[in-house]
Design a protein around this ligand. Structure first.
Ligand SMILES: N[C@H](CCC[C@H](N)C(=O)O)C(=O)O
Length: 237
């Protein structure tokens, strides 16, 4: 088992291609092996296709993880299991397209639900990008008590909570993640949810997003959103 970090969103990659760990063993396996990482990704096969099965650190399964998909792609490359510059794999959010162009670009699941939402006087948007997000625009993300307010709103909405600031030519995002139950250094589906709302307001086709773990890049092409950022192994096998 090996650790991967996607802009500081950290995952234990588990080669489960032989299906040694069964579905009902996964939650306990995650809680017993995740350590201080954010989640565990089981690498599996369905026929000839690779399948990414993502679990949060608390043992809850989530339909998708954007940064996890970037880490999964890097893992497949590092194992020598994919050699093309374009490839796909399966997830609980459907088929995920990947292409290499000065880094790994992942096509994110289509946004499946967007609505304005007010919770306890806090106004924002509820957006589903494979997984649910409650996103709120703020003047200065650095001043938000993400642990306290993020936790409150996460439990009120049962969604990940993203606070974002529109800066000059880039966005800043901080996320309290459901199932990780703390602020993470980056959240791929979260920055995608924010970019989707920002793009629908401004028409911006690409955007740089600063997160505590560094910089993520998003681009919109024919109604599809692609995500790129830093991803690296963070332990030896
Ligand atoms: N915690 C999320 C899943 C991981 C999302 C995040 N790590 C990402 O990069 O998209 C949930 O349970 O909905």
């Amino acid at each position: 088992m090996v650790c991967y970090s996607a802009n500081g969103n950290t995952f234990l990659m588990v080669d489960n291609t032989e299906k040694k760990i069964s579905e009902n063993e996964k939650p306990d396996f995650v809680r017993n092996h995740v350590g201080d990482l954010d989640g565990v990704i089981f690498v599996e096969k369905v026929g000839e296709k690779f399948f990414m099965d993502y679990y949060n650190r608390d043992g809850s399964m989530a339909t998708f993880c954007g940064n996890g998909a970037r880490a999964f792609s890097q893992y497949l490359i590092d194992r020598g299991w994919v050699k093309q510059r374009k490839f796909t794999f399966l997830s609980r959010a459907g088929e995920i397209k990947v292409f290499l162009d000065d880094g790994i670009w992942v096509r994110m699941p289509a946004v499946s639900e967007v609505k304005e939402l007010e919770v306890d006087g806090y106004r924002g948007h509820f957006v589903v990008v494979g997984v649910p997000h409650f996103i709120l625009e703020v003047k200065n993300v650095d001043e938000v008590d993400v642990e306290k307010l993020g936790r409150l709103l996460r439990h009120k909405t049962n969604a990940n909570v993203d606070f974002y600031e529109v800066a000059q030519g880039f966005l800043k995002v901080r996320t309290y993640e459901r199932g990780v139950e703390r602020e993470t250094k980056a959240c791929g589906t979260g920055v995608t949810a924010v970019f989707f709302v920002h793009h629908s307001r401004t028409g911006s086709k690409e955007m740089k997003v600063l997160v505590p773990g560094g910089t993520l890049f998003l681009r919109e092409e024919n109604g599809e959103i692609y995500l790129k950022g830093d991803v690296r192994r963070c332990s030896e096998e």
